[in-house]
Design a protein around this ligand. Structure first.
Ligand SMILES: Cc1cc2nc3c(=O)[nH]c(=O)nc-3n(C[C@H](O)[C@H](O)[C@H](O)COP(=O)(O)OP(=O)(O)OC[C@H]3O[C@@H](n4cnc5c(N)ncnc54)[C@H](O)[C@@H]3O)c2cc1C
Length: 423
């Protein structure tokens, strides 16, 4: 049995913080669980997720290895998904009245397609179970105290707690976490943005704004970083799943390069480079008398084809049969290794997460408790864990929040003698 007056402070009223609070109060109804949220309203970001629909998890059916979707945190999540994985998320929400559905691409949404419904449910559960919610109040610092832990709130208020859960989400500002955890043995991995579109300095490409490609392969020249998927040409440069994926995996590389990097686009990723030249030659010979503008490889629309001909130095009005061997080789290079310069991060309104945060090395992997800080836990995007788009980021938040809640419950329900004393 645990003492009724056990008290837990959760720093951050986002997805991870509220989820952990509800899990805690369901199992420890007598404990005092207080969520402190700096913003005016808890869960305000959750209401914006998935374009207002909240892509709250993924079926993972087509995901062969977690490393395909989690550039950071894959190994940790592989362990933790056994404790609380995507199916548990589905069950957890449905058992509490939220009906879900999965799209054919595996992304999971509430049946209502309303993120508000997810946020309202979590807030209702929190209220019904007696979670204290303190909105509009920032926790400035977490420090050790005689009782265990102390949260120092803006305005000078202090809250004593037996356990503290840091669920402050991601932020590209390192100082935010540094100040909060000052003097505590917590290693931070410098936070940088992830999941962003690319500004590209090429008027010809920008003029194709609105063009979408079902499949392209992108590579940062001279690096191992590459990604494949749908591509969207915009008024600022490039966006779409392939770009977001590349920005996620190469987040740190791009930050170090100050978001200026040469990008190679393969417009025909299914074509093996060695067979593309003979296939194009055969096509051009077959259509010999036609203008180049009217003969294009499958998968490219006319506007994009004209742009690529121009980049290859070919006259679109020239005859197919007149393309020399050298010109053909140039065209193949443009089709498979078309080089552009990324000149910056472009705004991407749908999803934006942080790469970096609390280093996983600072934590006990099984409990997410900070090493040598018994009673201090970290969950959600504050961890150095993040994913590509598809519901994987929120799944990481639910999983890590659940594991922290379970760890705190275990800590409080162990026989008192076996609890590690807080130094
Ligand atoms: C526009 C957008 C759309 C997204 N859509 C999706 C999606 O559909 N699917 C998906 O899987 N992921 C999505 N994500 C990512 C997902 O929202 C996050 O990964 C997830 O919210 C992380 O949860 P969290 O609780 O760790 O952090 P957050 O949800 O960011 O919550 C952290 C909270 O802590 C508060 N806080 C911070 N510091 C303090 C402090 N010192 N004191 C008190 N409070 C503090 C913040 O105000 C915030 O409310 C999206 C992100 C964005 C920005």
């Amino acid at each position: 049995m645990y003492k009724a007056e056990k008290s837990i402070v959760i720093v951050g009223g986002g997805a991870a913080g509220l989820f952990a609070a509800v899990c805690l109060k369901e199992r420890l109804p007598l404990a005092r669980v207080c969520v402190v949220e700096a913003g005016g309203r808890a869960l305000s970001k959750l209401r914006l997720t998935g374009g207002g629909r909240c892509n709250l998890t993924h079926t993972f059916e087509a995901v062969e290895a977690l490393g395909e979707v989690y550039p950071r945190g894959e190994r940790l999540l592989r362990k933790l998904f056994y404790r609380f994985g995507p199916q548990d998320t589905w069950r957890w929400f449905e058992e509490r009245g939220l009906r879900l559905y999965a799209q054919s691409d595996g992304r999971v949404f509430p049946r209502s397609d309303r993120a508000d419904e997810v946020a309202d449910l979590l807030l209702l559960l929190a209220r019904e179970r007696g979670v204290e919610l303190c909105e509009g109040t920032r926790v400035e610092r977490i420090e050790r105290s005689d009782a265990g832990w102390r949260a120092c709130l803006a305005g000078g208020r202090r809250v004593e707690a037996d356990a503290v859960l840091v669920a402050t989400g991601g932020s590209p500002r390192r100082e935010a976490l540094e100040r909060l955890l000052e003097d505590l043995p917590v290693e931070l991995v410098a936070p940088v943005p992830s999941l962003f579109a690319f500004n590209v300095a090429d008027g010809g490409l920008r003029a194709l704004s609105g063009t979408t490609l079902a499949d392209a392969r992108l590579r940062l020249a001279g690096t191992k970083w590459q990604a494949r998927g749908a591509l969207l040409l915009t008024h600022f440069g490039l966006s779409g799943p392939a770009v977001l994926r590349l920005s996620s995996y190469a987040a740190r590389h791009l930050a170090e390069a100050a978001y200026r990097a040469p990008l190679l686009v393969n417009w025909l990723p299914d074509e093996a480079p060695e067979s593309l030249a003979p296939r194009l030659r055969a096509l051009l010979d077959r259509e010999g008398a036609k203008q180049l503008s009217s003969v294009r490889p499958e998968g490219l629309n006319t506007r994009l084809w004209l742009h690529l001909l121009e980049r290859s130095g070919l006259d679109a009005r020239g005859k197919c049969a007149e393309v020399s061997r050298k010109q053909l080789n140039g065209l193949v290079t443009t089709l498979t290794q078309d080089e552009y310069l990324i000149t910056g991060r472009a705004p991407h309104k749908d999803e934006f997460v942080t790469c970096g945060g609390v280093s996983l090395k600072s934590l006990q992997a099984q409990t997410l408790e900070v090493r040598s800080c018994p009673g201090l836990y970290v969950a959600g995007e504050a961890l150095d864990v993040d994913a590509v788009t598809g519901g994987f980021n929120l799944q990481a938040a639910w999983t890590t929040a659940y594991v922290c809640a379970e760890s705190i419950i275990e800590r409080f329900t162990q026989p008192l003698t076996s609890i590690t004393p807080t130094p």
